[in-house]
Design a protein around this ligand. Structure first.
Ligand code: DQA
Length: 147
């Protein structure tokens, strides 16, 4: 069965209490449940991970080779700084959707730059927790069209 890795970066473990006016009140555990429910309706499986450590995220991306067919990546603040994550995404050659809860382009200038965008299949941002559902739908559709 098609398998999609949903990989979350730093501070996303604090969703629900972290700046709810920007990120909403849905917790990461709630989002994980949403992802599994969405996966069921799409006929795919989802692995859901979170790390606050850049190198651990690089390791997760490497480990996705041969295991997952697509990746949904909310790299958090590393989006705006990490050449290492960008290189990992281009090295593994697994289609990757960049995801953000907030609309990073409507926020501070430093959030307008994304290293992930340069190597991503596409970007979804600004739809809060529902963005995860949208990203899974987009990835499932992409993988189906490619099969
Ligand atoms: C975020 C946006 C980033 O700019 C920020 O550093 C985050 C969360 C989002 O989901 O909106 O940690 O990726």
């Amino acid at each position: 069965m098609t398998s999609i890795l949903v990989l979350n970066g730093p501070n996303l473990n604090l969703l629900g209490t972290r700046q709810p006016e920007i990120y909403g009140s849905t917790t990461l555990a709630d989002i994980e449940v949403m992802c599994h429910e969405t996966a069921k309706t799409l006929g795919v499986t989802v692995a859901f991970e979170q790390s606050n450590v850049e190198g651990a995220m690089v390791d997760s991306l490497h480990a996705a080779r041969g295991t997952h067919d697509g990746i949904i990546l909310n790299a958090g603040a590393y989006t705006h700084t990490s050449v290492a994550l960008m290189d990992a995404v281009s090295s593994i050659e697994i289609p990757t959707i960049e995801l953000h809860l907030s609309n990073i382009h409507a926020r501070e200038e430093f959030r307008h730059t994304s290293y992930i965008a340069k190597v991503a299949l596409g970007i979804i941002c600004g739809f809060g927790a529902h963005g995860y559902v949208l990203a899974l739908e987009a990835m499932a559709q992409h993988l189906k069209a490619r099969a």
